[in-house]
Ligand binder design. Structure first.
Ligand code: ADP
Length: 504
């Protein structure tokens, strides 16, 4: 049976990065962006990192070379009927090697939407986690196979792997516990499942879950308990989740593990989000002009052209002198602040003089409210209720301001992407938004979670827009910000090294 070897400081670290999504192959939100870019950045630092993800039917295969036949096939006993399931693992080549897990019953699609879908989703990711650990246990008996020193887990979808690894080790299917890093991108999504799955995961409860949890499964909680280290995606959120307000009932458990908890700010993929080379926008920024005056003119032209194009394509009157505000994200009030946004707009829109573009999907009742508002103010507000990567790029390029009125925000990528395209963020002071936007210098920051304070912040944006000198200055400042992965990837590598010192 394979023993994990102690690593000296300079040896190559092998990491299995487990995720439910990874851009551009499959993306639902920010986790997809991160999983598509952080492994690339770590690979360029010399980390031998590989990604494990389900092989959904509708993945985008453009950037992948997938072999005809699976390199690995495993059998897994799963479900209340204890059915034997076959999992085919395809080793695909792309910027980062990927292991795509295929199974017709559990892993063929990512159901999005209603709560009925949600329980299916939990079942699928429990299955995926079991498949990952079964595969690792199988290959741990074989020499010459690639084997990770660390498993990097992301959110509730794969957090259970940390616990399953410990169980497999107890059952002597693994010689040693493979150390794990759990990244919490959002503490509010937990992987909860009442009954049903519990019978299947009987062995989970017996050893590690406490008595009160016998009634339901909570994959994130089990992951927090069992992983070697934990990190969140900004320093401020790492502190916030230790409080009752943001901790969602897990703050005490996280408090006990605070010595193993840290915050590492996400980066964005500078190859994808690049106004100079972005193929999804109409007008690209002039290539490399270091002269400050020339550069300012280039950005002004870039914004003007893309704003005109955006206004035309979403059906707003193409006025160059009306400030254009945008919102991109889930249409829900629990996190993204759609309730205060709607209330603020109800107050602002009758006064006119501004335009709003909203792109997002979410809860039907909130989508309806946005549609109603848009039909009342046709020439001022448009709402695209879909997931549309191209339109998102065009909004980043064409809007003057991006609104992010989140109740909480673990990191938030929207503000970083927007800044790359010289779009000024208007954000609430929370989580990663507070860590990345400086009020009056790189954006507008407001404190209280209310329509009134958001409305005041929009009015500040309005005033800024008509003060050309200040507007140009702030644009100049935000495009200078560095949100590339360079710094954060190094911080992840440092955490990997610490983990290998701790071991488990
Ligand atoms: P979260 O992960 O909570 O959704 P983030 O700010 O971390 O929020 O990341 C959101 C990502 O998803 C960004 O890349 C954003 O552009 C993208 N996005 C969100 N909604 C849509 C949409 N409807 N169409 C296209 N892209 C979207």
């Amino acid at each position: 049976m394979r023993e994990l070897l102690p690593l000296c400081h300079n040896s190559i670290v092998r990491v299995l990065y487990c995720t439910s999504e990874s851009a551009p192959i499959f993306k639902i939100g920010g986790l997809g962006d991160v999983a598509g870019s952080l492994p690339k950045a770590l690979r360029s630092l010399g980390v031998d990192i590989r990604v494990a993800m389900p092989f959904y039917d509708d993945i985008n295969t453009q950037t992948l070379t997938i072999p005809q036949n699976p390199g690995i096939t495993l059998k897994l006993c799963f479900g209340s009927e204890k059915r034997w399931e076959r999992v085919d693992i395809f080793k695909a080549n792309s910027a980062v090697p990927m292991y795509l897990f295929a199974n017709r019953r559990y892993l063929y699609s990512y159901p999005i939407g209603s709560s009925a879908h949600y329980s299916k989703l939990v079942e699928r990711f429990v299955f995926f986690s079991e498949a990952i650990v079964t595969w690792l246990s199988d290959i741990s008996l074989q020499t010459g196979e690639w084997f990770p020193d660390i498993i990097h887990l992301n959110d509730w979808h794969t957090s259970l792997v940390a616990m399953l690894i410990r169980l497999h080790q107890k059952e002597r299917r693994l010689a040693q516990v493979i150390p794990t890093l759990l990244t919490i991108h959002n503490l509010s999504y937990r992987g909860l499942q009442a009954h049903g799955l519990i019978e299947e995961t009987e062995h989970l409860r017996s050893e590690f879950a406490d008595k009160r949890e016998k009634k339901h499964l909570d994959t994130l909680k089990l992951g927090i308990r069992a992983s070697t280290r934990i990190n969140t995606v900004s320093s401020r959120y790492a502190k916030e989740i230790l409080t009752a307000e943001y901790g969602g009932g897990l703050n005490r458990l996280l408090g006990k593990r605070r010595g193993r908890l840290s915050g590492i700010l996400n980066g964005i993929d500078y190859d994808v989000w690049n106004p100079r080379s972005d193929r999804l926008i109409k007008y690209r920024l002039q290539r490399g002009n270091d002269h400050p005056e020339r550069s300012r003119m280039d950005y002004s032209l870039f914004k003007r052209q893309n704003k005109f194009y955006l206004q035309r394509s979403v059906g707003l009157p193409p006025h160059p002198d009306v400030p254009l505000f945008a919102f991109i994200g889930r249409i829900e009030p629990q996190q993204k602040g759609i309730d205060i946004l709607i209330h603020a707009l109800e107050d602002l829109l009758p006064q006119g003089g501004l335009q709003i573009v909203i792109l997002g999907t979410g809860e039907a009742i909130w989508e309806d409210r946005v549609h109603k508002l848009a039909s009342l103010h046709k020439s001022l507000l448009t709402f695209s209720d879909r997931f549309d990567e191209q339109l998102a790029h065009q909004i980043y390029a064409g809007a003057d301001f991006i609104l992010i009125p989140s109740k909480y925000e673990p990191c938030g990528l929207v503000q970083m992407i927007a800044m790359r395209y010289a779009t000024i963020p208007i954000v609430r002071r929370t989580g990663g938004l507070a860590d990345t936007v400086v009020d009056g210098k790189t954006g507008i920051v407001f404190d209280a979670y209310s329509a009134k304070t958001l409305g005041e912040a929009v009015r500040r944006g309005f005033a800024l827009y008509f003060d050309n000198k200040a507007l140009v200055k702030m644009r100049g400042e935000i495009v200078k910000q560095d949100f590339s992965w360079d710094r954060s990837a190094k911080e992840y590598l440092a955490v990997y090294r610490r983990i290998l010192e701790i071991k488990n």
